[in-house]
Design a protein around this ligand. Structure first.
Ligand code: ADP
Length: 204
């Protein structure tokens, strides 16, 4: 494949996607983070800013122009129609941004971290899918330990995401990140395999 391999890193909230993304990054794989790129667009892209205000009100932004995350979360994660409207705005823009970013990378293997691979349409922009998995209780406890979400909020988010078993069925690769499943011994052979299909060289 001339343009190299595009790997999606997906999984539910608290599964360990960000940890795996950081590990891949350290091993030399450029990783695009949909969440942070989407958040950047929500303050830096004037079209997105105006659309969000139109859909959900001026309260989306604080007086200094920063995003009122708490307000947006309260409107989005409790209302399926609001999630749909938000996603319809952001997801196509993030997908295009990822493709432009990936086109500009020299590495034969790049990755994209997203919790909503299928729902966002990002699946059309990748070649392989890696699912990171942790048991529900582990994922809830780890998400709560970050200190920003209650159990109910984590469970709400989970209900709006695809179930782990469904994701696993659709994936090319999976990593177990439950308690007692060390990641590195799983990640190294996976990278070797990806290396074989993409000419990727592991960082020493
Ligand atoms: P996601 O990006 O899928 O929501 P994260 O990678 O942010 O999940 O992991 C959720 C939380 O759990 C983070 O605080 C992270 O540091 C922690 N965590 C992830 N994997 C492990 C692990 N194997 N052991 C202990 N803590 C972990």
């Amino acid at each position: 494949m001339e343009r190299g391999i595009r790997l999606a890193i997906t999984g539910g909230i608290g599964s360990g996607k960000s940890v795996v993304s950081r590990m891949l990054d350290i091993m030399g794989v450029p990783v695009y983070d949909c969440d942070s790129r989407a958040k950047m667009m929500m303050v830096g892209n004037s079209y997105v800013v105006e659309e969000l205000k139109r859909m959900f009100g001026e309260e989306c932004y604080n007086d200094d122009g920063s995003l009122n995350r708490q307000y947006i979360a309260s409107r989005i994660f409790t209302d399926k129609e609001n999630i749909r409207r938000m996603n319809a705005l952001i997801h196509p823009l993030v997908k295009d941004d990822f493709k432009r970013w990936a086109d500009g990378q020299l590495s034969p293997l790049v990755a994209v971290e997203t919790a909503v691979l299928y729902e966002s349409g990002m699946i059309d922009a990748v070649d392989k899918v890696l699912v990171v998995w942790a048991g529900k209780e582990t994922a809830i406890e780890r998400s709560m330990a970050r200190g920003k979400m209650t159990r109910r909020q984590v469970e709400n988010r989970m209900e709006n995401q695809m179930a782990a078993d469904e994701l696993l069925l659709l994936s090319d690769y999976s990593l177990c990140n439950d308690n007692g499943c060390p990641l590195l011994p799983q990640l190294i052979p996976l990278l070797e395999e990806l290396k074989n299909i993409s000419n990727f060289e592991l960082t020493d």
